[in-house]
Design a protein around this ligand. Structure first.
Ligand code: ATP
Ligand code: MG
Length: 138
């Protein structure tokens, strides 16, 4: 089933000049980039995006980090997109990420880990709607 997921090239990867390399990995893996833009988040916008993590001890640091520089939010499409992107990203902590994954290649730390990917259909729908209007998703 053709499926859409949501991803972000995070501020560490943009600062380190890895945006194009990460997009190349995503395209090589067979994803269509349906929509993409460059922007920065306010801390408030980052808190809204990561609201599911509001109770976690790292929430403040995480949302400050996500507001620390430019990001590239994007919508991706492919068969089995949600699970396949998570596989391509690798483990949250790059120290545990498999060889060949985006986080193994480009992440700095468990917090500054280069890329976000939705973890389920309901979170993908919320996250796409948080960043993109319907007319940007043709
Ligand atoms: P993402 O949601 O960004 O795709 P994930 O699903 O692999 O990552 P989550 O558990 O959803 O991981 O955590 C969201 C983000 O919070 C992580 O990507 C990371 O940037 C940060 N994070 C997670 N665990 C920690 C931690 N123990 N310390 C600091 N930051 C963390
Ligand atoms: Mg997550």
């Amino acid at each position: 089933m053709l499926q859409r997921t949501f991803s972000i090239v995070k501020p560490d990867a943009v600062r380190n000049g890895h945006t194009a390399s990460i997009l190349a990995e995503i395209e090589k893996a067979g994803f269509k980039i349906v929509s993409i833009k460059r922007m920065s988040l306010t801390e408030e916008q980052a808190q809204g995006f990561y609201a599911v993590h509001a109770a976690r001890p790292f929430f403040g640091a995480l949302t400050q980090f996500m507001a620390s520089g430019a990001i590239f939010p994007m919508v991706l499409e492919k068969e089995n997109a949600i699970a396949d992107l998570r596989k391509l990203m690798g483990a949250t902590n790059p120290a545990n990420a498999e060889e060949g994954t985006i986080r193994k290649k480009f992440a700095e730390s468990i917090e500054a880990n280069a890329i976000h990917g939705s973890d389920a259909e309901d979170t993908a729908a919320f996250e796409i709607g948080y960043f993109f209007a319907g007319y940007e998703l043709k």
